[in-house]
Design a protein around this ligand. Structure first.
Ligand code: SF4
Length: 142
């Protein structure tokens, strides 16, 4: 998926009252309606997640929803990059659904790669994938 650099210019909320997105609590669920169909939802959400912006609605998600997303995915340091890797077919899907799909794809790839490594035959020199892993993990850091 491509992300636009000049996304604020394309925001669906750009002509509205900016304070309308910075309401609190349950009012954010009403405020975020403006985000549905916004053409730069992923750009907006990535900005909030990458810079840990707390107040307000961003990318169609409330403060609480973004906090949960961050808490559940502490290993993701670059959300923009994650969204760039999101298949274009997911464009228009709610970011939370797209994130779940991308994370599932990522763990499926990791599982496949582990299976492939386990299935590799031992080398004629007697190295097995497991022993290589041990050797590389015990190598001194440079
Ligand atoms: S996703 Fe919502 S808050 Fe973000 S730019 Fe679009 S309309 Fe505005």
């Amino acid at each position: 998926m491509q992300l636009k650099e000049d996304w604020p210019l394309l925001a669906a909320c750009r002509t509205g009252d900016p304070d309308a997105l910075f309401v609190e609590g349950a009012a954010q669920h009403i405020a975020k309606r403006v985000c549905f169909g916004c053409p730069v939802q992923y750009e907006c959400l990535a900005e909030a997640l990458d810079y840990r912006i707390e107040p307000g609605v961003w990318g169609g998600m409330t403060e609480r929803e973004r906090r949960i997303l961050l808490r559940e995915n502490p290993d993701i340091a670059d959300w923009r990059r994650l969204f760039l890797a999101t298949p274009a077919t997911l464009h228009g899907v709610h970011p939370r659904v797209a994130v779940a799909h991308v994370l599932e794809l990522r763990s499926a790839r990791a599982r496949a790669s582990r299976r492939w490594a386990d299935a590799r035959p031992a080398s004629p020199l007697g190295h097995s994938p497991a022993s290589e892993e041990v050797a590389s993990s015990s190598a001194p850091a440079r």
